[in-house]
Write a protein that binds this ligand. Sequence first.
Ligand code: AMP
Length: 581
Amino acid sequence: MPTFSELGIRPEILAAITELGFETPTPVQEKAIPHLLSSEQDVVALAQTGTGKTAAFGLPLLHAIDPELRQVQALVLAPTRELCVQITRDLGNFSKNLPGVRCVPVYGGANIREQMRGIQRGANVVVATPGRLIDLIDRGAIDLANVRIAVLDEADEMLNMGFQEDLTTILEKTPQDKRTWLFSATMSGEVRRIAKNYMRAFEELSVGRANAAATTIEHKYAVVMMRDRYLALKRFVDAEPDLFGIVFCRTKQDTQELAENLTRDGYNADAIHGDLSQQQRDRVMERYRSKSLQLLIATDVAARGIDVSNVSHVIHFDLPGEVESYTHRSGRTGRAGKTGISLSIIGSKDVHKVRNLERQLKTHFAFTRVPGGAEICERQLLTLIQKIKEVEVDEEGIERFMDAVQLDLAGFDRDELIKRVVSLEFNRFLEQYREARDLNVDMARKDHNPNARTREKKEFTRGTGEENMRSMFINLGSADGFEKGKMLGYLCGITGLTGQHFGRILLKDMYSFVDVDARHFDEVLGHFKGANYKGRKIRVDEGTGGHGGPPRGDRPNSSYSDKPRASSFRPGGKKFHKERY
Ligand code: AMP
């Protein structure tokens, strides 16, 4: 793998990126930088967000700027204000050792006069949203006649947002012989058209597969009743104490409501959407960036261009309508080589949408269960213990209180003390999730395709060829952590039979079919009467029908509802509220 200096970057820039901790180029940088440094040819680069694409165009762009020349030499167009700010900040960091390079961001919703002054003061790089740039052009406040490099970043997003006409107007104001570098996550027909109309013969650089989701992201989905989505969301958050996430909703109102409900239930969440003033959005983003917010609840438009490090989860509270939106949402996690989870919480009628996404992105979406109460309590407890182990003790500061503390606690032995310290934090989860019902829709029963199970069973039975075998259905599958060997071991353990009494095993996400020695079939079924697996009732049978209704927890009027938790962020915690959402 080449180093940055081998790619030919000048030393002042090298020193700056070394300071930023960039050691080796990312794949898109490795491909794009040498080309952009040395070739006059235009470039279309297909790269996902979070792959290091800003540096991929930013470093060669800065390399090409003449700091002595106080004219706009490079123009970067980006779909949103957030992305503009982000790019300008990155370019500023990369060029900190290049006095004379001035990058000025211009975007809507901020004071235009100040931006005009920024340009007049001798900007040589302008990073702009198309709308605001048009405004500046109309006012005669910017001259694009000396632009030598134009970058279209997240070009697909700009087109999705309806900037096509603006792009045309802007590009027409720039010299014909400039170089154009187009970056896009996807190569849609519209992107191709823009490339064809406004670029010279271009080189296409693609990192990974086009239209594919970034591979550092794990895609998961959970299936619940629609009215249980909120409870499910809270369970996922509670089960991952270190979760730092963005939750996507479709409308501004949903975003606002969800954030309000989460806040009311003691979670540290806030909303970002188009109805907020720029100042309000800045404030929310600042809190999120500094991690004083755990959950950012966002609409697609508001979240474009957000680059916050270490987002662990992107959660789709509503699935987006377009595959491109899904890609952009998911791209907020798994950045800079980190791994991330993109989790969709869906109703059973939306499973087909997940299948479509799988097909289009050529990526597997793993089924996952909404964590149960016991699991959440266990994870919270383990995290608490870890925190106790890792906490830094301020020996000097605490020293003068220790005598009084020792005296006060003298009556408790070690075991009692440990129990009390742990209970301090842990009681609320125990109380909240006592008797918590299973929120998962039993897909083995309620498959999105009601004929699927019958069909699979038929396929499984057909061609067995073994007269002495009967096929058994069991509601455990790979989502429960089984592979074939483990399933066989499990069956033998429960029934006391050996491997020779079982034949083929067909493992699905949520259930399996197993060939069972016909002479022992009823006996095997009998062994599972009343059996549980990790607190879930096991069902086995031969046929495909004949079950009663859904399990109790799935009934519409099931009386149980999870109690919201008390805040772990507010000192003193607050009382539980009754569920309302
Ligand atoms: P981008 O795709 O440009 O939004 O970059 C995503 C993140 O990766 C940003 O936080 C960059 O600072 C970081 N980054 C970019 N290139 C590198 C690199 N070569 N090594 C380490 N981090 C990088």
